[in-house]
Design a protein around this ligand. Structure first.
Ligand code: NAD
Ligand code: IPM
Ligand code: MN
Length: 358
C-alpha cells in the first residue's frame, strides 16, 4: 500500500517524551493495518537553537514540506526565555505554521465521562461537553508589526493586530463546514465592541452565514465567552475565533477535559497536509521525569489519520484505546486523584498500544 511520509519534530522539554509514545502508536498502526509510514526526524525549537543557531533550520522546514504530515511535540523553556525574538523557540513555531500555510488550528475538547472528577469544574456542568475550537493561526497580533519606540514616559512597545477579509473568510468557511459535520452550531468569538479587526471579523462572518442556513450562528464577545465556557460548556459546538483569543480559550477549554495533557490539535491549510501537535507546551516543570501525559499527542496522531490520511478506522481505534485505558482507571499524574498511583509517560503509552490490539 502507499507510503505516508511523516516529519517528526519532537522539540524541547516533554516534547521528546510524548512524541516517543505517539511513535509507538504509529508503529502499532502499521502492524495492525498494514500501513507504511516513512518517518524522518528533524531539529526544531530550543534544541535547534543550541545545535544550529536557529529555531527553525532550513533542512527541518524542507523535510516538513516534503512530507504528508508533521508530528510535533512542543518547544520552549527557561533556557531560551531571555533570547532575542529571532533566537526564541516560539518564533520557530510561528515560522513553521506560517511557512506551511497552516491558517486553521483545530482543537477538540471532549470530556471523557470517567475523567469528570479530574476536572476542576463540577461534573454536572461538564455533562455532554464536546466542542472544538477553530483558531485562526497565521494572522492577528501574533504576526502584526511589532516594534519599540521612545515615548514621553520611557520606552514603549507596540504589537499590532491586523486581519484582512481573505484571512477571515477562509477560517470562517472552514469552521462553518466543520459545524455542518457536527451539531450545526457555530459561535464566532470576537471583541467587536472595541476592536476594529473584530468588527471586520463579525461583518465577514455575517456575510458568509447565509451560505450556511443549516448552521445556527451566535456572536459572543470574548470576555463573555471565557465565562460561558465554564458556565455552559456543553452548549458550545464549534467556536471560531482569531489567533490570540483561540490560544487563550483553548487552554481554558482544556480544563473542562481534566488536563491540558488531554488536548490534541490539527493545523491545516487548504489541502490534506497538516501539522499535528498537543495543545500544551514543553512543561519545563515536569520535563525529563517521565511524568507527562502522552494522550494529547497520541490523540493528535488520531487526528492526523483522519484529517490528512483518510484512515478513519485507525483514528477511531486510537480514540477507543484511549477511552478503554481511561475507563479501566489508568491515569498519569495530571489526571489522577491519587498521585501515588500515577503512571509514567511510557506506561500510559504502552497501555494504549496494548488496548489497540484488543
Ligand atoms: P505548558 O503547557 O508547557 O505547561 C503548563 C502546565 O501544564 C505545567 O504545570 C505543566 O507541567 C502542565 N502540563 C503541560 N503539558 C502536560 C502534559 N502533557 N502532562 C502533564 N502535565 C502537563 O505551558 P507553560 O508552562 O506556559 O509553557 C512552557 C513553555 O512551553 C514555554 O516556553 C512556552 O512558550 C512553551 N509552549 C509551547 C507550546 C508549543 O510548542 N506548541 C505550547 C504552549 C507553550
Ligand atoms: C500554542 C502555544 C504557542 C501559541 C506559543 C508557544 C507560541 O501557546 O501552540 O498554543 O501561542 O500559539
Ligand atoms: Mn497556547
Amino acid at each position: 500500500s502507499e507510503v505516508k511520509k511523516i516529519a517528526v519534530i519532537a522539540g524541547d522539554g516533554i516534547g521528546p517524551e510524548v512524541v516517543a509514545e505517539a511513535e509507538k502508536v504509529l508503529k502499532k498502526t502499521e502492524e495492525l493495518f498494514g500501513y507504511k509510514f516513512e518517518k524522518e526526524h528533524g531539529l526544531f525549537g530550543g534544541i535547534a537553537i543550541d545545535e544550529k543557531g536557529t529555531p527553525l533550520p532550513q533542512d527541518t522546514l524542507e523535510m516538513c514540506k516534503n512530507s504528508d504530515a508533521v508530528l510535533l511535540g512542543a518547544v520552549g523553556g527557561p533556557k531560551w526565555d531571555n533570547n532575542s525574538k529571532e533566537l526564541r523557540p516560539e518564533t520557530g513555531l510561528l515560522g513553521i505554521r506560517k511557512e506551511l500555510g497552516l491558517f486553521s488550528n483545530i482543537r477538540p475538547a471532549f470530556v471523557f465521562d470517567c475523567l469528570k472528577e479530574a476536572s476542576t469544574i463540577k461534573p454536572e456542568v461538564l455533562d455532554g461537553t464536546d466542542l472544538v475550537v477553530v483558531r485562526e493561526l497565521t494572522g492577528g497580533i501574533y504576526f502584526g508589526e511589532k516594534f519599540r519606540r521612545e515615548s514621553e514616559f520611557g520606552e514603549e512597545a507596540v504589537d499590532t493586530c491586523a486581519y484582512n477579509v481573505m484571512e477571515v473568510e477562509r477560517i470562517v468557511k472552514q469552521a462553518f463546514e466543520i459545524a455542518r459535520t457536527r451539531s450545526k452550531k457555530l459561535a464566532s468569538v470576537d471583541k467587536a465592541n472595541v476592536l476594529e479587526s473584530s468588527r471586520l471579523w463579525r461583518e465577514t462572518v455575517n456575510r458568509i452565514a447565509p451560505d450556511y442556513p443549516d448552521v445556527e450562528l451566535e456572536h459572543v464577545l470574548v470576555d463573555n465567552c471565557a465565562m460561558q465556557l465554564l458556565r455552559r460548556p456543553s452548549s458550545f459546538d464549534v467556536i471560531v475565533t482569531e489567533n490570540m483569543f483561540g490560544d487563550i480559550l483553548s487552554d481554558e477549554a482544556a480544563m473542562l477535559t481534566g488536563s491540558i495533557g488531554m488536548l490534541s490539535s490539527a493545523s491545516l491549510g487548504e489541502g490534506s497536509f497538516g501539522l499535528y501537535e498537543p495543545v500544551h507546551g514543553s512543561a519545563p516543570d515536569i520535563a525529563g521525569q517521565g511524568k507527562a501525559n502522552p494522550i494529547a499527542t497520541i490523540l493528535s496522531v488520531a487526528l492526523m489519520f483522519k484529517l490528512s490520511f483518510g484512515y478513519q478506522e485507525a483514528g477511531d481505534l486510537i480514540e477507543k484505546a484511549v477511552k478503554d485505558v481511561l475507563d479501566a482507571g489508568h491515569r498519569t499524574g495530571d489526571i489522577s486523584t491519587d498521585p501515588s498511583k500515577a503512571l509514567s509517560t511510557a506506561e500510559m503509552g504502552d497501555l494504549i498500544i496494548a488496548a489497540m490490539e484488543k
